[in-house]
Design a protein around this ligand. Structure first.
Ligand code: SF4
Length: 216
């Protein structure tokens, strides 16, 4: 990454980390994906059960490969050839695991986390799992919640709809057409919207901000 761009992102990341801590959410900065992967793995004791949300960032960090090696019990709802029922069961078990691993769709300068979900298992994990680790590239930083919601609908949703082959207007045009996006013609990829503004217990959520552009 260009050194000026890195400086810009890092300066914003420092502000985000302070804000997250003020909101009782733990946060650290890692300069590279490799460093972030090591930090995340060091937070999860061997033998732990691990659930996860669908996340391009998690894949890009190579965490799925590491967590599938046998030292952990990974609930992976994206394994090939799972039936719909099997996938739903794994999603549910994942939200009750020792750790829940997720990306985020946006993180604000005020330390709020903005996320959408099609079916809700991501929301359940983020809100209720015992320990949550969120990995995020610095490209997810936005000014405020309004900008965060805009990001989820006009950047994250179209790309995920394309990736997962959801039938949505944003997959057709690249931006949200909220009023048109209703069944039976369309099925939203953003049925649920979660804004985490703070936490009661400081240790429950840790955000790992990474000095690279990652995920959607
Ligand atoms: S409401 Fe529909 S068109 Fe808008 S972001 Fe969600 S899925 Fe896409």
């Amino acid at each position: 990454m260009d050194k000026n761009k890195f400086w810009f992102y890092k300066t914003m990341a420092e502000q985000v980390i302070q804000s997250l801590k003020r909101n009782n959410i733990d946060a650290i900065f890692c300069e590279t994906s490799d460093e972030a992967k090591k930090r995340v793995l060091s937070m999860i004791p061997k033998g732990s059960t691990v659930g996860m949300a669908g996340s391009v960032t998690i894949r890009e960090l190579g965490l799925l490969d590491e967590l599938s090696r046998g030292d952990f019990k990974l609930y992976n709802q994206y394994l090939p050839n799972l039936s719909k029922e099997e996938s739903a069961k794994i999603r549910k078990e994942g939200t009750l695991a020792d750790f829940f691993l997720s990306g985020t769709n946006a993180v604000t300068l005020n330390g709020e986390l903005v996320n959408i979900s099609a079916m809700g298992s991501k929301i359940a994990g983020l809100t209720y799992a015992k320990k949550v680790i969120i990995v995020s590239g610095v490209n997810k930083i936005v000014k405020d919640v309004k900008e965060g919601i805009d990001r989820t609908r006009n950047i994250v949703a179209p790309m995920n709809a394309k990736r997962l082959d959801f039938n949505t207007p944003c997959k057709e045009t690249g931006f949200c057409d909220y009023s048109r996006c209703r069944p039976p013609d369309y099925h939203r990829i953003c049925n649920q919207l979660l804004v985490i503004e703070g936490e009661r217990e400081r240790e429950r959520i840790t955000v790992v901000l990474i000095g690279e552009e990652l995920g959607f």
